[in-house]
Design a protein around this ligand. Structure first.
Ligand code: MLT
Length: 261
């Protein structure tokens, strides 16, 4: 990575699209090569979506994208479902990953009640539509303070969810229900990792992030105060600065390895 600009692959959460990463693209694209694709069926992506879209299948799509672009190694940064996909990618193609950023996510699998809830939300998306899902999800995605002080973010996230295709949301909801428990696997992560979360994330409470940071051999934990599940939007500067520092740390590590003096 010392001779080329590191590539940062940003993987969005559920049921969102690549525009989630607008603040990071704006802050970091002059320093790094950034890829922030729409996952299959989300945003403007028009690929056919199977009934169940597993995290492994999303990871395979991303590997194909890297191959198309001739990019071998990347730093993966996934938020929530994007984190599940980043872990699936790293587990399968470890030599293609230089660093791992896991934001507002967890390594554990869904329990049986969680799996039932996934099927219900898949059916809800199809039968009631994404606008209904959007209204019910936003209070869980953004911290109370964000909703009160930044109504424009509430509108932005509601609109982002409402425009997703119901079939794509249903497929990924069903896929998330099938993801494995990767808690024990974390001990085998060999790349530097940064775990980011918001102190007010209701969906991924702090102990889940702490557990990942404790389990990965070379991990750092950043808890952003008064921020909820969408930490990269709610605290765009703190999130982008942390990514920037992490990327710089990786570059200097690689340079030191290439030139031990
Ligand atoms: C997400 O933000 O991607 C979802 O909340 C993840 C999940 O439902 O497990």
């Amino acid at each position: 990575m010392s001779s080329e600009r590191p590539t940062l692959l940003l993987i969005h959460g559920f049921p969102l699209d690549s525009s989630l990463w607008t603040p990071q693209v704006e802050a970091l694209s002059t320093s790094y090569t950034l890829l922030a694709p729409d996952l299959r069926g989300f945003g403007t992506d028009t690929r056919e979506v199977p009934e169940v879209m597993t995290m492994e299948q999303h990871a395979e799509d991303l590997k194909d994208l890297l191959n198309e672009r001739g990019i071998h190694r990347v730093v993966l940064c996934g938020l929530s479902m994007g984190g599940y996909i980043a872990m699936a990618f790293l587990a399968r193609w470890p030599d293609r990953v230089a660093g791992l950023v896991l934001a507002n996510t967890r390594a554990t699998a869904d329990d049986s009640a969680g799996k039932v809830a996934r099927e219900a939300s898949a059916r809800d998306a199809i039968e009631r539509g994404m606008a209904v899902i959007a209204r019910s999800m936003v209070p869980k995605l953004l911290a109370e303070r964000t909703r009160r002080t930044r109504p424009e973010l509430k509108d932005l996230v509601e609109t982002m969810i409402a425009r997703q295709a119901p079939g794509s949301a249903a497929a990924s909801a069903r896929g998330m229900a099938l993801r494995p428990d990767r808690s024990a696997w974390l001990a085998h992560v060999r790349v530097p990792a940064l775990i980011i979360t918001g102190s007010e994330d209701e969906l991924m409470p702090l102990p889940t992030s702490q557990a990942m940071a404790d389990a990965i051999p070379n991990a750092e934990l950043l808890v952003i105060p008064e921020v909820g599940h969408l930490s990269n939007l709610e605290a765009e500067e703190a999130f982008s600065d942390a990514l920037h520092r992490f990327m710089q740390g990786l570059t200097s590590l690689t340079n030191a390895a290439a030139d031990p003096g």
